[in-house]
Each structure stands twice: as structure tokens, then as C-alpha cells.
Design a protein around this ligand. Structure first.
Ligand code: FAD
Ligand code: DLZ
Ligand code: SF4
Length: 516
């Protein structure tokens, strides 16, 4: 074929909004970019309305940016008559209509979409090429290579490897700065009484037109939105503003209150950058670099342990979860170590429960499409695990409800870290707790109609009996775990009558789970 007849179609997915990608460095008349709003993506799980709205608004803004830079762009809106509602069918139709001679795309982050586009590209008679997204620090297979021949995967090992490889927070001789890799013991305090955290920065995007289109298409969604004042960042400028806000106001307290939870406070000192990061409006490297730069300019204000705690989340946990995902999919999505089969309580979809901690975490999730890590792990996730909920249902809930939920990072956190359904690939022990931990880290228990200190009887906090019931039920699987053995010593020291009463209380609560 004559080179002048070359016409390339490049697909950009809704979570590939990286303007610094090599693709966009030069304007090429023979290249057409396409973005599409499709039912295959809006319907693979029931999403929060803010997630669908946020992704569409960001995709539209990104298409506009590309057009302003003089790139050729096609954009298929949800209700366009010629929208065939999936990536492959739309691309096939566009290739035929516009006589494209090449098809190119970037590596999808999700296994399902990866399979779909691989199959599609394989079915074409044209030349095809797949590119890296140029977003992550590590490749899909780097974790696999690092742990080749090892029996288990350890986040801390991966984190140190990443610190060394990318020379992040390192001193002379490949030693960690301040001689320690991890400063966790200086972090994780409860919020002091009368401490008023910073008011979160929110945006006021008018996305009401998009909401109307979503409603017209009858897409089933979760949660609420004020679409005239859509609060999440939808472009790079807003994402950078949120990053600045975090670094200026939240980073100095980030590690200290990382695990704290407080009544009516939905994000405390967390960054809320996960949405911008996951759709690639921000790169993890620029986030880490900005945080490090701020620390070096404001050392007295931003202690090193705050910085290290934050950097670990990004170059450690985030990259680690992605590595595990690509190592273990697709099998990972059906792991159910404890063989849990119960259904999610109905109040997970409404927040209407008398358990104050769950009410707070779920209601804010419905209102903001956001809960911070410890709410996800130690409130909703903890309850789901103690109550023996089927990990498929837990996954679907987390994948739908959060603005930042994309399977590569959602499933490893949910099925792995939170539900231990992978039997210990991500974590070394299940993250469960009774009310004692929740009371220690939050201000939820004080105004709860349940009594945090009771295991049995009227108004006993459900977490207490469910906690021991969980250990008793799974003794065979857990007693040998060296990090848990001690719990069984405590359980076995209890009087048989007390044990029986606790198990009976747990049974009662599980039978009435929708009324708790
Ligand atoms: P911050 O607390 O400010 O942390 C900074 C950044 O570090 C985050 O933006 C995120 O990119 C990264 N990070 C922190 N913890 C993790 C982690 N465990 N795994 C991966 N990255 C991390 N994160 C998602 O991005 N998408 C999800 O769908 C998701 N689902 C989760 C489900 C469960 C059950 C749990 C326990 C955690 C989940 N997480 C998920 C991880 C974490 O809770 C969120 O990244 C975090 O709450 C996002 O808020 P933030 O940006 O304010 O985070
Ligand atoms: C999450 C999402 C939604 C709701 N809708 C779209 C869409 O209509 N078009 C699109 O390109 N992407 C969407 N996304 C993000 C994709 O689900 C995401 O790109 C894939 O899961 C790959 O990670
Ligand atoms: Fe949650 Fe129990 Fe505390 Fe109530 S008493 S807030 S249910 S831990």
C-alpha cells in the first residue's frame, strides 16, 4: 500500500486520559482518535451515578483538549444513533466506514477489556499495534518476575524494590532515607477530640446535560449526585488543583490520621486523588515527585513519616495490586477461600442500618462515591467478611459504588486484602476486628444505638459476636496461621457457656441481618 493511503484509528478508553502519552506528542493527519461512551462499560456492573458521570465528563473534556491541539478526534456519545455500544463493534464499523488501514490501542487495565481488544485486533486483516499506557511505574509482569520461584508475595519486598529501582526516598549506598523503610508506627492515630479537619476541596462542574443523557438511556445506577455541581475533578487542571490542595493542606497530617475515622467527615486528610490517577489525568510519578518536593521545601511542616506513608501507598500498594492482578487473573475473580455464600444485607444499598459506623460509611459512599481506605477495609469490608458474604457480591458492590473503582485495583483490594478470599495472596491474615478497634480509631461508637462493649444481650454490638463467630467457624483454616494463633488462645480460654452465648448471638444477628 502507498504510504499516503495510510489511515490509523487509535482507540482511547475512558481510563486512558493521559495527555502526556507519546501518541499526542505530534499531530499526525493520518491518525484519528476515537473515544466512545458505551453500554458494555456502563452495564458490566451497576455503577454509582457519579462514576459514570465523572468518566463521561472527563472523556468529553479530554476529546476537547485533543481537538484544541489539532488532533483528529471522533467521539461517540451514549445516545448517538450510530453507537453500537461496545468497543469492538464500534471500531469495526468505523474501520469499514472510514477505510482505516491500521488499528492501534493502549494496553487496557482490565482483564475483560484486554481479552476483548486482543480478540478484536486478532480478527482484523489490517495492521494492529498495542502500546503501553505510559502511566505506571511497573510493567504488568514485573511483580511476577521479582517473585519468580518464591512461595509467597510480600508487599514490603516489592516496595523496597520499587524504592531502589526508581531511587525514591533513597540515600547514598542504596539505603533508605533516614535508615528505615517504613515509618508506620509513627502514623495511624485517632483524631483528637475537637480537632476540626480541613474542609475538602470540591469542584462545581455542571454535568447536568450528561446526567440527562444517562437517564434517557435508562442506565441503572447507585447513589445520588448534584450534577449541576459535580464535585470530582474532570480534567487535568482540576486534578492538579486537587493535588496542590492535598500537598498544601493534607500531606502534613496524612500519615498521622490515615487510619482515623470521624463522624460526618468523609475524607479527613486523604488525597481523593484515586479517580484522577486511575483515569490517568495524573501520573503516579508526578504525584510522588510533587509530594517529595513539598517535603524538601517544608521539612518542619511535613515530617518524613507523613511523606513516606503517602509514597508507600502509590509506589507500593497501588503498583503491587496491579502486579498481583495481572499475575492471578482470571482465576483470581472466582477465589472464595472461606466458601462464603451469604447475600449482602439490603442496607448496603441504602445506608439504612442502626450500626452507626456502617451507616456513616455507606451513606457517604452513596452521597460522594467515596470512602477512605480504612472505612472500606475496617467498616464495610470487615462486616462483609465477618458476616460471611459471598465475595462475588462484595466485589460487585465495591466495583460499582466508588468513583475510583476499576477492577485491577478494586478486586485485589476487595477479594484479597479485605475478604481474604484469595487465601493469603495479598495479605498475610484476614483484616477483621471487633468494636474495640472501631472505637479506638473512630468517633462512631459514642452515638451508636449498639453497645460497643457488649458481646451478647440486647443492643450488643454485632461486630463483637460476629468476630468470635468468624474465628470459631474458620478455626481449621486459620488456627495454624502464626499471625492469628493468639486469638485462638483467647477464644479457648473463654468458658464454654460464654462461647455458646456468643455464637448464639452471632447466629441471631446473621438471621436478622437485614434488620441490624
Ligand atoms: P489516599 O489515602 O489519599 O492514598 C493515596 C493514593 O494511594 C490513592 O489515591 C491510591 O491511588 C493509592 N492507594 C492507597 N491505598 C491503596 C491500595 N490499598 N491499593 C491501591 N492503591 C492505593 N483503590 C482504588 O483506587 N480503586 C478501588 O476500586 C479500590 N477499592 C478498594 C476496595 C477495598 C475493599 C479497599 C480496602 C481498598 C480499596 N482501594 C481502592 C484502595 C484505597 O482504599 C483507595 O485507593 C483510597 O481510599 C482512595 O482514596 P484517596 O485517593 O483519598 O487515597
Ligand atoms: C467505567 C467506564 C464507564 C462507566 N464507561 C465507559 C465508557 O462508556 N467508555 C469507556 O471508554 N470507558 C468507560 N469506563 C472505563 C472503562 O470501563 C475502562 O476503560 C475499562 O475498564 C478498562 O480499564
Ligand atoms: Fe459500629 Fe458497633 Fe461501634 Fe456501633 S458500637 S459504631 S455498630 S462498632
Amino acid at each position: 500500500m502507498h504510504p499516503n493511503n495510510k489511515k490509523t484509528l487509535r482507540l482511547i478508553l475512558g481510563d486512558q486520559l493521559n495527555i502526556h502519552h507519546n501518541w499526542f506528542h505530534t499531530v499526525d493527519e493520518t491518525v484519528t482518535y476515537v473515544l466512545m461512551e458505551v453500554r458494555s462499560e456502563t452495564d458490566y456492573v451497576q455503577h454509582h451515578i457519579q462514576k459514570v458521570l465523572g468518566v463521561f465528563a472527563a472523556m468529553r473534556a479530554f476529546a476537547q483538549t485533543l481537538q484544541n491541539l489539532k488532533h483528529r478526534v471522533l467521539y461517540l456519545r451514549l445516545n448517538d444513533a450510530d453507537n453500537l455500544q461496545s468497543f469492538d463493534r464500534n471500531c469495526e464499523a468505523l474501520i469499514a466506514k472510514h477505510h482505516f488501514t491500521r488499528f492501534e490501542y493502549q494496553l487496557p487495565d482490565e482483564y475483560r477489556v484486554d481479552q476483548c481488544l486482543k480478540a478484536f485486533a486478532g480478527s482484523l486483516t489490517l495492521e494492529t499495534k498495542v502500546y503501553d499506557t505510559e502511566h505506571f511505574y511497573s510493567t504488568r509482569s514485573e511483580l511476577k518476575d521479582l517473585f519468580a520461584g518464591k512461595k509467597s508475595y510480600v508487599m514490603e519486598t516489592f516496595y523496597r524494590y520499587m524504592r531502589k529501582k526508581h531511587q525514591v526516598l533513597m540515600a547514598y549506598g542504596n539505603k533508605p532515607l533516614h535508615d528505615k523503610w517504613n515509618f508506620d508506627e509513627e502514623n495511624r492515630q485517632k483524631l483528637p477530640k475537637n480537632h476540626k479537619p480541613i474542609t475538602p476541596l470540591v469542584f462545581e462542574n455542571d454535568a447536568s446535560g450528561i446526567e440527562t443523557e444517562i437517564k434517557k438511556a435508562h442506565i441503572k445506577t447507585i447513589g445520588t449526585v448534584d450534577s449541576k455541581k459535580f464535585l470530582w475533578p474532570i480534567n487535568r487542571i482540576q486534578s492538579l488543583a486537587l493535588l496542590e490542595f492535598f500537598i498544601e493542606h493534607c500531606l502534613p497530617q496524612f500519615g498521622t490520621y490515615q487510619d482515623a475515622m470521624a463522624l460526618d467527615e468523609w475524607s479527613l486528610y486523604h488525597s481523593r486523588l484515586s479517580f484522577s490517577l486511575n483515569i490517568k489525568l495524573l501520573s503516579p510519578k508526578e504525584v510522588v515527585d510533587k509530594a517529595i518536593e513539598a517535603h524538601s521545601n517544608r521539612k518542619t511542616e511535613i515530617a518524613f513519616h507523613q511523606l513516606e506513608g503517602f509514597v508507600r501507598q502509590i509506589i507500593g500498594w497501588r503498583e503491587y495490586m496491579r502486579g498481583i492482578y495481572w499475575l492471578k487473573m482470571p482465576e483470581y475473580a472466582s477465589l472464595n477461600y472461606f466458601e462464603h455464600k451469604a447475600s449482602l444485607p439490603t442496607w448496603f444499598w441504602t445506608g439504612q442500618t442502626n450500626m452507626n459506623c456502617l451507616k456513616q460509611a455507606i451513606q457517604q459512599s452513596l452521597e460522594f462515591a467515596y470512602a477512605h481506605h480504612i472505612q472500606r477495609l475496617m467498616i464495610t469490608g470487615n462486616f462483609a467478611l465477618l458476616a460471611g458474604i459471598d465475595p462475588d457480591e462484595v466485589d460487585a458492590w465495591y466495583l460499582g459504588i466508588y468513583i475510583d473503582a476499576f477492577e485491577w485495583v478494586e478486586i485485589t483490594n476487595t477479594r484479597g486484602m479485605s475478604q481474604f478470599a484469595d487465601g493469603g495472596i495479598v495479605g498475610t491474615k484476614p483484616y477483621v476486628s471487633s468494636a474495640a478497634y472501631i472505637h479506638k480509631m473512630s468517633s462512631y461508637c459514642g452515638t451508636c444505638s449498639y453497645d460497643k462493649s457488649k458481646k451478647t444481650g440486647a443492643n450488643a454490638c454485632p461486630f463483637n459476636s460476629l468476630y468470635w463467630n468468624f474465628y470459631a467457624r474458620h478455626e481449621q483454616r486459620l488456627a495454624k496461621n502464626p499471625r492469628i494463633g493468639m486469638m485462638y488462645q483467647v477464644w479457648n480460654k473463654m468458658q464454654p457457656d460464654d462461647q455458646a452465648a456468643i455464637l448464639k448471638q452471632a447466629d441471631l444477628y446473621l438471621q436478622q441481618i437485614n434488620e441490624l
